[in-house]
Design a protein around this ligand. Sequence first.
Ligand code: IMP
Ligand code: MG
Length: 176
Amino acid sequence: MDISKMRQEVLFTREEIAEKVRQMGEIITDDYKDKTLLVVSLLKGSFVFAADLVRHIDLKLTVDFMMTSSYGHSMESTGSIRILKDLDFNIEDYDVLIVDDITDSGITMSKVHEMLSERAPRSLKTCVLLDKPSRRQVDFQADYVGFEIPDKFIVGYGLNFGNHYRNVDHIFEFVE
Ligand code: IMP
Ligand code: MG
């Protein structure tokens, strides 16, 4: 698509996102009060959301990062992913919360969940700001979801298009 000819339609303003992230942080704070929370942020897309979310979790917590790349999405319906950057922590003694920007096919989250559950953390849950349930190729439902959205390609607040727009403070869609 030639985005120079396209209009930007705002889906969620900076204020709407901030309010949602604040609410999610409050719920997570409550749920993890007596736990040893390790937030695992999936790079690169979730870095903005994760940075805001952890500042709304009022607990002593640990943050780590993981980067995966997808391959085989179009070739096999189950998909597969490769670890480009693994965690620095041994997760056995942690209550792990995997954080991503958005769930689309569900492949990234379900595979990361599977890989980390093999490392036997105390508990393992998932959190996404955005969810496109209509796009699912595998059975996956995050434990914490910010906004459910229809099948649209969206950009901003960490989400990229052609290596740009991750720094935009709201979430928008390119429309003709
Ligand atoms: P899944 O493995 O198909 O669920 O894809 C999840 C990943 O695809 C996310 O972590 C994003 O990086 C990317 N993605 C999915 N939908 C969008 C979108 O609408 N805009 C930008 N990136 C997206
Ligand atoms: Mg991603």
